[in-house]
Design a protein around this ligand. Structure first.
Ligand SMILES: [Zn+2]
Length: 216
């Protein structure tokens, strides 16, 4: 049953009544990762990084990779500031981005079930992402996405387990390239995604999952 909430306040001599209608949908069943559209969302210093993928035969195919940078957080990184106080409206911004990611996953899935992992481990946006967990769960149910909150390492090689080294930072300041002695090389924000796939028992994707210009 939808729940209704009424908010009433006075505004410039007028009485404003706002009715909030909350329609709740149940959490979908956990899909089989082999046949689901996979969504990975990771908190970062600048905002969120996301990967959409699905298993195609012997490979996991990357369907879409993107970084969502909060303008102020990116500007601070560009200026070389280590930290610069709180980012205004970080929670609302984060919840909106996650809702957009779920909506685009739903479109891309074309009827397939959607399995999402929300990784709130890295960077400044860790805290806003954790704080909006209830909202994220509502959005997930609304879009029929099965969402879990698990964290995976970004500084450990998913192939051999050695510690990764940062080989360089790209000019946009959003990308740190991680490298391992064994030959593994990846945008550090997407390293946890490789660990997630491994944990799900899925085959590895082509690497790096996103082109890394300037560091051939
Ligand atoms: Zn390695």
């Amino acid at each position: 049953m939808p729940a209704t909430l009424a908010r009433i306040w006075r505004c410039g001599g007028r009485l404003v009544v706002q009715l909030v209608l909350r329609v709740e949908k149940p959490r979908p069943a956990r899909p089989d990762p082999k046949s689901a559209l996979l969504v990975y969302v990771r908190a970062t210093e600048y905002g969120l990084a996301r990967v959409l993928a699905s298993r195609e035969g012997e490979r996991t195919k990357i369907r879409d990779v993107a970084k969502h940078a909060h303008r102020l957080a990116q500007r601070r990184l560009m200026s070389g500031a280590r930290r610069g106080g709180p980012v205004p409206h970080a929670r609302g911004w984060t919840a909106e981005r996650v809702a957009e990611i779920f909506a685009s996953a739903r479109r891309l899935a074309g009827g397939k079930p959607v399995l999402a992992n929300i990784d709130a481990e890295g960077g400044y946006f860790r805290r806003p992402l954790l704080r909006v967990r209830g909202l994220v769960e509502n959005y997930a149910n609304w879009y029929g996405v099965y969402a879990e909150y698990k964290s995976y390492p970004s500084s450990e090689c998913p192939l051999c387990g050695r510690a990764l080294k940062v080989a360089g930072v790209l000019r946009d300041r959003l990308t740190r390239v991680a490298r391992c002695e064994c030959g593994f090389r990846e945008d550090r924000d997407y390293v946890p995604f490789h660990h997630w796939l491994k944990g799900l028992g899925l085959p590895p994707p082509e690497r790096p999952i996103r082109k890394l210009p300037g560091l051939a």
